[in-house]
Design a protein around this ligand. Structure first.
Ligand SMILES: Nc1ncnc2c1ncn2[C@@H]1O[C@H](COP(=O)(O)OP(=O)(O)OP(=O)(O)O)[C@@H](O)[C@H]1O
Ligand SMILES: [Mg+2]
Length: 155
């Protein structure tokens, strides 16, 4: 298990941190026969989507990542050494019932090793609450632009 805490003083710094993770993931780490799941937990406005913008940049995506306001999931395809991969951005904030959550509990999403799945509000999807993942917690600091970002691996 691995756990590290960062202090961020701006959205730009949070994006840079995400970019560093995206660049690592682009190298193919960690090796997995399933998709790589990244859980992003934290209050509204704590920086989850901002961090994902960085991940996308680090992966080499050109797309501008936005909050999937009325969508539960957006899919961003990219290629790595000629292989097509996909970044799946799930925002479960609007999920209210287990029935809603079931829509996203599709094994096709999670068991594909070519998928990198980033999930905001994973607490709302029972299948994603636990299990092997990179988990990132975002906390507001005392000042307006301060955030604590805790990155850990979960078995
Ligand atoms: N250090 C920081 N890191 C990240 N964002 C910051 C920071 N300081 C200020 N901000 C601002 O906080 C907001 C974070 O918004 P963002 O959409 O990333 O949050 P979120 O966690 O995805 O929220 P939601 O749960 O509503 O999706 C942005 O407006 C951003 O500019
Ligand atoms: Mg968001």
């Amino acid at each position: 298990m691995f756990k590290i805490r960062f202090a961020s003083g701006s959205a730009g710094k949070t994006r840079k941190l995400g970019e560093a993770l995206g660049a690592e993931l682009r190298k193919g780490f960690p090796k997995s026969r399933r998709g790589i799941i990244i859980r992003l937990k934290g209050n509204l406005g704590s920086g989850k989507t901002t961090f994902i913008q960085g991940i996308a940049r680090g992966l080499g995506l050109r797309h501008r990542i936005v909050s999937p306001t009325f969508l539960l999931m957006r899919v961003y395809p990219f290629t790595k050494q000629g292989r097509s991969k996909k970044l799946l951005h799930i925002d479960a904030y609007r999920i209210a019932t287990k029935k809603d959550a079931a829509i996203l509990e599709n094994k096709k999403f999670f068991e594909n090793p070519l998928h990198i799945i980033v999930v905001e509000w994973p607490e709302r999807i029972p299948a994603l609450v636990r299990g092997p993942a990179i988990q990132i917690n975002f906390l507001h600091g005392a000042r307006e632009n301060e955030r604590s970002i805790i990155i850990q691996t979960k078995p």
